[in-house]
Design a protein around this ligand. Sequence first.
Ligand code: NHX
Ligand code: ZN
Length: 671
Amino acid sequence: MLGVVFFHGGGATPDSDREVAYTTFKDYVAKGYTEKIIVNKGEGTARLTVRPEHIRDVFKRGADQVGKQPTVTARIPSADKLDDYLSASGYRGSVSYEESSGTLRMIITSLLPMALLIGFWFYIFRGMRGGGGSGVFSVGKSKARVIEKGEGTNVTFKDVAGQEGAKQEVQEIVDFLKNPSKYTELGGKIPKGALLVGPPGTGKTLLAKAVAGEADVPFFSMSGSDFVEMFVGVGASRVRDLFTKAKEKAPCIIFIDEIDAVGRARGKNPAMGGNDERENTLNQLLTEMDGFGTNSGVIILAATNRVDILDKALLRAGRFDRQIHVDLPDLPERVAIFGVHLRPLKLAPGLDVELLARQTPGFSGADIANVCNEAALIAARHNRKEVGRQDFLDAVDRIIGGLEKKTKVMTAGEKRVIALHEAGHATVSWLLEHANPLVKVTIVPRGQALGAAWYLPEERSITTREQMLDEICATLGGRAAEELFTGHISSGALNDLETVTKRAYGMVAYLGMSAELPNLCFYNNQEYNFTKPYSEHTAERIDKAVAELVAEQYERAKRILSENAGKHARLAETLIEHEVIFTADVEQIFGPRPWKSRADELLESAASTPSAATGEDEPGSGEKTEPEADTTAIEIANAAPAGPETALADDKSATTEAPSAATDKENETEA
Ligand code: NHX
Ligand code: ZN
């Protein structure tokens, strides 16, 4: 019942199993003598089954003497090396994995935990009886949620906003499911699996469902983490069960969310000596994928946000051999996504959807859904009958920064430090050519932060050293201002310093941007990198270069601030007075920034090539849509004077609610 099974060598008799050198083994693979390989990682061996028509080539005897399925075994350097060889050689047969043959020690060591488990099992069983429902006997069954064909929940491509590129690629899979013969008649093999790769919240599940909906086939969905249970063997048996069920319903889609939970590279965790249970599950998955025929009508879609940590065996030909990238939406796609999520809301007339999309660079579809819902809640809290522009802008701020804590009481002294710190960021970033454009500065506490300078992150494709240095300098502007103008430094710079240190380390150790270690990249994408890919000596040089880089930028920030101390002070005062200030306020004090932002430049080139600015919804036309994305930057950076986004023009801009308690308290203290 507990799926602990030790496979043994398959009952091969000496006559029908021959040991050969690894080179010979590879030679047999290359000559196409086999379509089945079984790897035993514990023993470090691999066994191939010789095809009947090649038995004489290998054994010099006929099947009557060595059996119908004789095998050849070789000691392999490593499973990874073999995998690499198999991929390189274009081998398309099956590869499965088996456990080491059970030595006495292994059986004894596995019996003890088993006895414990059985005890635990009954304990849970007793606890679950009252709960009705599935009970403990379903542990080994797949927990797959099944959406049957034509079951009403049908999602189609219409429900997937944006993602034109991914939709097009996935359309092919729909076609495989609908008209398999179109492909098989020409001798083509229908792919078994595809990976949907992209950050969380980008709608990978929705896309997979839409494939099932469009093809009108059942949809089996399960999360990788469902496979990873504490019970030994449960994961593997769930995989088996899932595939058995799916094969009965073919044609169908199996969707495995978070496949990285099972699919992480095997045996790369030196601390654990590998996670055997997870590896068993993964091996079972690989075996199942190889086990069903190429044109069986079952297509497996799996979602992940990290392909680089997946076991390479998963990506081999005949498994998840195609990748469909699902990216964060760009501006026009965000407009479309807002369109979907605004549908159920009661909106104030004339709401500018594009403005909302502009305010949400880097947001995923799920984030946008969240914004829309949050905006509705905010509007309801104010007893409004419709959801308006300001509700959405407040919702965006809240999702980025957390809840405003207007009741947090601050002394005049604390408030001054916070204002000086934030004004420091604003001043330095305003005066640096490559720093991100400032949107607003606030000293209203929100979430973990007591104050914040908000920027519009430029959706850059590449970042230069100068841009990174300017960002670091602006981030150090807060602490630099504290030191210069209060004479003390505070714990408030924690997050700033964290960001700065990470970035500086990245510049030195990954991007080869220091004079100390130029053009060297020590990036290590392995999940468990307990050993750094460099010597102690290099480690010291990295530390030194990082510290120097940060020190240099800190001095630079202090220089900028002391050269502009008067303006900085005025900015801090405005901030204390209004609590929130916008780009236009900063501009009144410092004058306009003399540099063209990337936004400006894109806008100009868009103006000279009108076609580029229309941003037609062409799939995968990232560049084309960007000029539009950046008109935004400008409008926000220049904070449209007509709008309410100027503290000097209109106090209540961002805070439409009644004056905050903090403000009142503060006024009292000052009075
Ligand atoms: C705190 N947070 O947790 C307060 C609430 C400089 C005006 N003590 O850089 O908010 O001070 O530009 C333990 C110890 C966070 C936990 C110290 C968690 C410090 C944000 C930093 C504004 N804006 N910093 C900023 C800020 C803070 C922090 C901590 C902690 C501040 C600064 C946090
Ligand atoms: Zn700061």
